[in-house]
Design a protein around this ligand. Sequence first.
Ligand code: G3P
Ligand code: MG
Length: 359
Amino acid sequence: FPRSFSQLHSQTQLPSFGIAFDIDGVILRDHTPIGGSPQALRKLYHHNSGALKIPYVFLTNGGGFRESKRAMQLSELLGVNISPSQVLQGHSPFKQLVNRYENELIVAVGKGEPAAVMFEYGFKNVLSIDEYASCFDDIDPLAQYKEWITKTVANQSRTFEEIGPRKSIHSERVQAAFVVSDSVDWSRDIQVLCDILRSGGLPGKEIGHQPPLYFAHDDLKYQATFPSERLGMGAFRIALESIFNRIHFNALEYTSFGKPNAFVFKNAETILKQIASSLDHEVHVVNHPDDRSHFKTLYMIGDNPSVDIKGARKAGHPWFSILTRTGVFKGKENPSDFPADLVVDTVEDAVDYILRKEC
Ligand code: G3P
Ligand code: MG
């Protein structure tokens, strides 16, 4: 690099830029680092102390685990110290709805620990769809063919015995359903969600007003370990919506969070500012009182043109989009529907480009 990192530091300037990394298809495929991601991230820390030098966050639509747990998993996989505040997941904005549903019965859907996620956000009366379904005999007629069911229920944070006595659950109205992460059992989840939504939150009872339904994101596909993309939460939403609309007189109403919504990028900018201002507080205040108020450039590094690049483009200044070839996008040319500001092979190439330009 033309100017070294130590020079950047000795100038006592905070960087006027920050980076948002997509995870699936950029940093990881399932649990495997890709595209030189560990090396790329290491470049954002001071060599000697290991302290963070460049403000960055992970801006993923994925989830299923609390931000604190995800930060620990990522730190282990990538070999750098990642704090929970750097992990922005598709479901993270659900916490803004806590005032509305704090003590109401809600159902949380998806892989991982969807109920633990919502509980940590402050929702006090939340059941995972596994727990909820286990309170209703015969709600899933296919359950007897699903060998994993007994094991899954045994592994829940709350056991069947603990939920079992809540017989009142049958008369307690579900006030909202949250799809936190990818559904593990589409057939059971579509069945139970249709029951909840059609009956006004009381499965098995009469038709009622549809409770609100929230999705953490609407990704049709994403990149996991398998060579071609996998069906994501957006595909599950289409399946649920198509079926619901065939069996019910009102069309399904729902709200989707996550990228490419512009508010996700606004929030990432706010968090990046907070991270930047915690980097070198004292020196910064003395020498550069205004630098903290805004970034000149924020880089979004993503693999999905219709999610990451579309979102960064919609968010506008100061976002600059970089598309990698390690995930959903595998083409040669910049895609014409959502062209990125830059296309590179890997996340390491992207970070090298940024550091060459900025430092
Ligand atoms: O299920 C997660 C996937 O849809 C997207 O994750 O990290 O590429 O935003 P990410
Ligand atoms: Mg991705």
